[in-house]
Design a protein around this ligand. Structure first.
Ligand SMILES: [Zn+2]
Ligand SMILES: [Zn+2]
Length: 365
């Protein structure tokens, strides 16, 4: 691995354009040196003027369709989705990307690309010092690794899990060079005061294009805040199971929060248009679970890859309700629809108490 953020290659408009085009329908963005994302935002042909996007700082319940805009739980859920969404800047393209895969023509190169993701967990880490743990080295993050003058690694840190698309950060070689930017909520804001340093990639699915990657922060207040917000987001998502079960009365909408063109955070809302059951099995699949992907007309742009999707309304198929909680945006189809990555959906027995099913078996991705 020869990644790292110190060896940027010069990114000319031609190189940025070539890398951006080498991703099929996926929606990462690539900046031109010195222009960041504002150049791509202005030149966007997919959503000129970005009419369907609302800056995160201007979100209000009026943006949500009825009757969801009158439910304090839905409003809080979307506010948490906004808070937990991060911009991802990945400064290296892994040699492990298969030929023909997204961005694979640029593997081994240090041309940064951008995407989006959502914090799903935050855990405080403070391993015991030697001699209890002979392998103890302190915080493994890139910041501690490259600190100059040479300083000891920090003994404690927060490990922050982010869910995104696999094509945004393919493996640990890429994640080690990644930065997750928080709180870029205001129009025109490009530099974040809160930056998380990439550690490693954990579970992922190539076909399903979904990944869990981990970051570090040394800021205890940030760690505590993300821990509380991600827990509350999970609890509220689970509480949605019992609501809006009648598709006739409650049409399905998808709320996407992302960083189009790597610029500041935007919220977009649109109808969910389709659900695809994926022919995919893992060893411990349960009969009441299905791997699925979704389509929607919610606006997205390059830079939205990996963005979290909140689904309002419940699926009812053959008399059973399905619960979708952790899909991320993957690509823009030629039809104009958005297309999510794959994840596991649970059948929810809505006759049972609310927490008996959904909270007992967390989704693996
Ligand atoms: Zn755009
Ligand atoms: Zn560190």
């Amino acid at each position: 691995m020869d990644g790292g953020t110190e060896h940027f290659e010069e990114v000319t408009p031609d190189i940025a354009e070539a890398k951006r085009k080498d991703q099929g329908y996926d929606e990462c963005d690539v900046w031109v040196e010195g222009h960041e994302g504002s150049r791509n935002w202005k030149a966007c042909t997919k959503n000129p003027g970005h009419i369907g996007f609302t800056p995160a700082s201007q979100f209000s319940p009026d943006l949500l369709p009825k009757p969801y805009n009158e439910d304090p739980d839905v409003i809080e859920l979307v506010r948490l989705q906004i808070e937990l969404t991060v911009r991802l800047r990945v400064h290296y393209t892994s040699n492990a990307r298969p030929d023909g895969y997204s961005l694979s023509k640029f593997k081994g190169q240090h041309i940064p690309h951008t995407g989006s993701g959502i914090v799903f967990v935050a855990v405080y880490k403070c391993p015991p010092p030697p001699p209890e743990n002979e392998n103890y080295k302190g915080c493994p993050c890139q910041f501690c690794d490259s600190a100059e003058p040479r300083a000891p690694r920090k003994p404690e840190w927060w490990s922050i899990g982010v869910r995104t698309a696999k094509h945004v950060s393919f493996d640990t070689d890429e994640t080690k060079t990644a930065i997750a930017d928080l709180d870029l909520d205001f129009p025109g804001q490009m530099v974040s005061k809160i930056q998380l340093h990439g550690l490693y990639s954990a579970t992922s699915h190539l076909e399903g294009d979904i990944a869990r990657i981990y970051f570090a922060t040394h800021d205890d207040a940030i760690g505590q805040r993300l821990k509380m917000a991600s827990k509350r987001f999970d609890d509220l998502s689970a509480s949605m199971l019992m609501k809006y079960r009648d598709p006739e009365r409650f049409p399905m909408y998808t709320i996407i929060c992302s960083h189009p063109h790597g610029c500041s955070k935007q919220v977009s809302v649109g109808p969910r248009t389709g659900r695809l059951i994926v022919n995919y099995k893992v060893e411990n699949d349960q009969p009441d679970e299905e791997w699925t992907e979704h389509t929607y007309t919610t606006p997205t742009c390059e830079g939205s890859s990996g963005a979290p999707i909140v689904l309002l309304g419940r699926e009812k198929i053959s008399g059973r309700h399905w619960h979708m909680i952790s899909h991320v945006h993957r690509q823009a189809l030629p039809s104009g629809e958005g297309h999510s990555g794959m994840t596991l959906e649970c059948f929810v027995n809505t006759d049972l108490p609310i927490d008996s099913k959904a909270q007992s078996r967390p989704l693996p991705i």
